[in-house]
Design a protein around this ligand. Structure first.
Ligand code: PSU
Ligand code: MN
Length: 305
């Protein structure tokens, strides 16, 4: 599998020296945010990771290769919307390698590639989850399965309230994935700091998070963990307003017959429109916040080595 990987020299050097590297996903660039906010955010995330002392590694598929680390021009290929970009989960990896199609990796896809490259910390926005209505349409994000398989700590702001969060946590429990609150006892709901769902574990420093990661992997348990970092209070959205927009967006998706991998991007765009862009500002703020924490966790984990 390593034969399919191209790791940028700066990243390979950092790894060889035991320095901190943070994986970043391209789906949020290609399918999560509109242009030009997407490319601006990508560059800002890289700058934040560097400012904290770690090396950023955007992951994506280009020209039949898994690319660990992308140049600004390559990031622009994901951001500008000029070429067709496939949303890549486990299912789609082989297809992109075989055809050379451009692929933006989701949390699931990014975890797989990060693990292959030996990267243990990944900064995302939110993870996918169990969609409401799963009793009829069995839509469960592949992110949850990969969290159960690959040894990567995913720093995220929890998962969106467009999902069935209680069942998302149930699924993660079954797969053996520790969901750890960073400075919170509650599972955060992406745009909002609270979900009303209690977590089993809480850490309050990057060092505590790093020790947990080391313990998990020294046991030979290969799965990942979720480090749930609530959106900063000043950027959070009102929970009631959010509930209204989510209800509306979900109804619109049903009316327009949207499903499968198109559902999450559709809901994100619809909520952004309904909130007059406020959800997008919140999304960007939490991404910045997660990148900074992921870098600090990666530094602490490297420090244990
Ligand atoms: N949630 C967000 N923003 C995103 C995504 C989720 O708030 O950009 C993306 C991530 O890449 C995540 C993917 O891995 O959507 C989940 O898609 P699905 O629900 O189709 O598994
Ligand atoms: Mn799905």
């Amino acid at each position: 599998m390593e034969a399919h990987l191209d790791i940028r020299p700066e990243i390979a050097e950092a790894q060889a020296e035991g320095r901190a590297v943070v994986a970043l996903e391209t789906t949020l660039i290609a399918h999560g945010l509109p242009h030009p906010a997407n490319i601006e955010t990508a560059l800002a995330l890289e700058a934040i990771v560097r400012r904290e002392g770690a090396v950023p590694a955007f992951i994506g598929l280009l020209d039949g290769r898994i690319r660990i680390g992308l140049t600004e021009d390559e990031l622009a290929r994901f951001a500008e919307g000029e070429e067709e970009v496939r949303k890549v989960s486990r299912r789609d990896l082989a297809w992109c390698l075989a055809t050379g199609e451009t692929g933006a990796t989701t949390v699931a896809g990014t975890m797989i590639c990060a693990a292959l490259a030996g990267i243990r910390v990944f900064a995302a926005g939110g993870i996918g989850g169990v969609h409401p209505g799963w009793q009829q349409v069995f839509d469960v994000s592949a992110d949850l399965e990969e969290l159960g398989r690959f040894p990567v700590a995913v720093v995220c702001a929890g998962a969106k309230s467009i999902l069935d969060l209680a069942n998302t946590l149930e699924w993660l429990e079954t797969r053996g994935v520790p969901v750890v609150g960073y400075g919170t006892d509650e599972f955060p709901a992406f745009y909002c700091r609270e979900s009303g769902l209690d977590l089993m574990f809480r850490v309050d420093s990057p060092e505590e998070a790093a020790r947990l990661m080391a313990a998990q992997w020294s046991l030979g348990l290969q799965g990942g963990l979720v480090l749930a970092n609530p959106i900063p209070a000043e950027a959070a959205l009102d929970r009631e307003e959010m509930t209204t927009w989510v209800g509306q967006a979900t109804a619109d998706a049903a009316r327009d017959g949207v499903g499968g991998k198109d559902l999450t991007p559709y809901l994100l765009a619809r909520i952004a429109a309904l909130s007059g862009g406020r959800s997008m500002a919140a999304n960007i703020a939490l991404l910045h916040h997660n990148a900074a924490l992921a870098a600090r966790v990666a530094m602490a984990y490297a420090g244990l080595g």
